[in-house]
Every structure is written in structure tokens, then in C-alpha cells.
Write a protein that binds this ligand. Structure first.
Ligand code: SF4
Length: 352
């Protein structure tokens, strides 16, 4: 492993200044970063440890009924926060479907947003990878690529974003609060992650020194709580990243869908908001016909990047499944195998 400096700032301002230097990265729980460093995939010259920064581990209620979630709140603590799960059950379901219990106990909200792709070639330093080493090529194009992107990919990179958490967050118009060299600013989470284009080495629009300090969930997003689900297909139910996932939230009044929120995971380099599908659902009666039309619209621009044609049909089916379950009503308890398309409701984990 390459030698690096380790600094532990006492304030956010100190952290931003320390991380603005070339080669510096932030360290929180390190559940992704330390693996990348041990494998030689990431070679930072400075780690800026933010774990002791004050005030970033709180969940606060906002005047509009929403929540402000500090970037250092642990994934497990957030998922089991009763107020959060009640207002945003699909986000809780997504959190509990990610990683393992041990990892969720350590991993932070901010780190979850910024975790890197799980493309196998990215982690193998003997492989060509434009994301790890710009200009070297992409071995995934002619290799094992059945889990890669079907939307928004480029010739430079066909990797997907791995987070479950981000999928319902994007559907619900979550916002990130960022402290940078120019002060504090807010940005829609949907705008944080980038599609690869010709610069796949940049996962997000963050600039050097930018620190995500909080995640904001708007109060009106809780209006979808009665009909909200996150459904995930994974190759190993116990612990695996999504092959495809879908978050669905519906506002149903007098038997009509008044508003819909949809997003897909495992299909692109960013959580994929399905706005065309949302428009089809607004004003429709909840049912198989409308759900199928919405799913087709959501994947209308999809094209395989390799041996993954099957994902396009699978994503449509998972979207229909998520919408069907959401329309039936959010369960009182999160299933025993959260977000699995095959789960029962035995062995509840949290009150929704
Ligand atoms: Fe690298 Fe992207 Fe190609 Fe994977 S898909 S090898 S991350 S360039």
C-alpha cells in the first residue's frame, strides 16, 4: 500500500482545507475506501478522517416535516429510527437490503452516497479500466458484463452505481448539503452522480475539498409513505449488490394515482429516476395495465452494453412488481428479507 498522511481535523472548515489538497480523500467508516486502498485501486496521498467532526451524527426534524440526516449517521441507526422509517419506509427498506448487518452498523450515510462501482475489472489492477486509470480502456466491454449498465452508459465505461439507499432517495427528491471551499450549498441528490461520458473516473460533480455534511428529505415526500416499496433482485439473497432494483411511491386518492415517484437501481452509473413513467401513472387507475405501460416507458431508452439484454426485461418486471406491492399498501413491518422480490413478511425487522 502506498504511504499516506493521516489528518484528523477538529472542524468542518479544517477538514475542507485539508481535503482540498491534491491526492486527499475523506475517510469515514472506510467500508469501501479501505478495501480499495488495500487492493491498490485507490492510492490517496492523504486521508482526512472526518469521524470526529462535531454535529454530523444527528437526525433532526425540519420545519416542513422533513428530516436532516447528518452524513455520519450510521446506516443501521437510520434504518431503525422509528420516525424516519414511518415517513420514508421505502428508504428504510432499501437501507436494510444493502450490505450485511455488520457493514450497516459501521457504514455512514455520506459514505453510502459516495461508494464506488463494484465492477470487477475496476477492482482488478491487472485489468484495463478507464475509471481507475483514464485512457487505458474498458475490459468489461468484451468481458463479464451481464451485471453492467443498460441506461446512460458510454463507450468509455458501462459500470453501474451500487447503492440501494440512493434509489428511493432520488425518487423522493432528496437533497445533499455540501460544505466546500466556497461555503455551504445544497444540491439535488439526482444531480450529484455523473454518467460516464468520456470521463468515467469522476463519479460525482463534487469538487476537491467538498464534504457532504447532511442529507435532506423533504416533508412532502412523506406523502408517499402509505404506498411505498423498494424491491431488489440480487444473485445471493443474504448479501449482494442489486442486479436490478426499483423504488416506487404512489399517492392514491379515491382510487386514482395522483402522484408517482419511481427510480431504478443497478441499471446505470447513477440512480435512475423514471420521470416518463411517473407521468404515465399520474391520473391513472392503479393496475397491471398502467404499471406495464409505465415500466415500458422507464426502459424505453435502454440498450444492452454486453451480455445483459435480460436486464431490460427484468427491470420492467421489477418495476411492475414494486408498483403492484406499493399500490397494495406499505406493510406495517419490513419483510424478513428486506427488498427481496421473493420475501415473506415473517421475521419483521422494524415497524414501518
Ligand atoms: Fe472500468 Fe467502467 Fe469498464 Fe468497469 S465498466 S472496467 S469500471 S471503465
Amino acid at each position: 500500500m502506498k504511504n499516506f498522511d493521516y489528518v484528523k481535523p477538529a472542524s468542518i472548515a479544517e477538514a475542507v482545507a485539508a481535503a482540498a489538497q491534491p491526492g486527499a480523500v475523506y475517510l469515514a467508516a472506510g467500508t469501501n475506501l479501505l478495501d480499495l486502498m488495500k487492493g491498490g485501486v485507490a492510492r490517496p496521498s492523504r486521508l482526512v478522517d472526518v469521524t470526529r467532526l462535531p454535529g454530523l451524527d444527528r437526525i433532526e426534524h425540519l420545519p416542513d416535516g422533513g428530516l436532516r440526516i447528518g452524513a455520519l449517521v450510521r446506516n443501521a441507526d437510520l434504518a431503525h429510527d422509528a420516525g424516519f422509517a414511518k415517513s420514508y419506509p421505502a428508504v428504510a427498506e432499501a437501507l436494510l437490503s444493502g450490505a450485511s448487518a455488520q457493514l450497516r452498523n459501521a457504514a455512514t450515510v455520506g459514505g453510502n452516497l459516495l461508494q464506488r462501482t463494484r465492477c470487477g475489472y475496476f477492482y482488478d489492477t491487472a485489468s484495463a479500466c478507464n475509471k481507475r486509470e483514464p485512457g487505458t480502456g474498458c475490459d468489461a466491454r468484451g468481458g463479464e458484463n451481464r451485471l453492467h449498465a443498460v441506461l446512460g452508459w458510454s463507450e468509455s465505461c458501462i459500470a453501474t452505481h451500487p447503492s440501494d439507499f440512493c434509489v428511493p432517495l432520488v425518487a423522493l427528491d432528496a437533497v445533499v448539503e455540501i460544505e466546500g471551499r466556497g461555503g455551504r450549498r445544497e444540491m439535488a441528490l439526482e444531480a450529484l452522480h455523473r454518467l460516464p461520458g468520456d470521463t468515467p473516473e469522476r463519479d460525482s460533480v463534487l469538487e476537491p475539498g467538498d464534504l457532504i455534511v447532511a442529507l435532506l428529505l423533504p416533508g412532502d415526500a412523506a406523502g408517499f409513505a402509505a404506498h411505498a416499496r423498494y424491491i431488489k433482485v440480487r444473485e445471493r439473497t443474504s448479501f449482494a449488490f442489486a442486479v436490478v432494483s426499483a423504488a416506487a411511491g404512489l399517492r392514491i386518492e379515491q382510487g386514482i394515482i395522483r402522484d408517482a415517484r419511481l427510480a431504478l437501481g443497478g441499471v446505470a452509473a447513477k440512480p435512475w429516476r423514471a420521470r416518463a413513467a411517473e407521468q404515465i401513472l399520474a391520473g391513472a387507475s392503479p393496475g397491471a395495465d398502467a404499471f406495464r405501460r409505465a415500466a415500458q416507458a422507464a426502459l424505453a431508452d435502454a440498450k444492452p452494453s454486453g451480455d445483459n439484454q435480460f436486464k431490460i426485461e427484468l427491470a420492467q418486471r421489477i418495476l411492475v412488481r414494486a408498483l403492484t406491492l406499493a399500490a397494495a399498501g406499505t406493510p406495517q413491518r419490513v419483510p424478513a428479507l428486506p427488498a427481496s422480490a421473493f420475501s415473506s413478511f415473517a421475521g419483521a425487522l422494524i415497524d414501518a
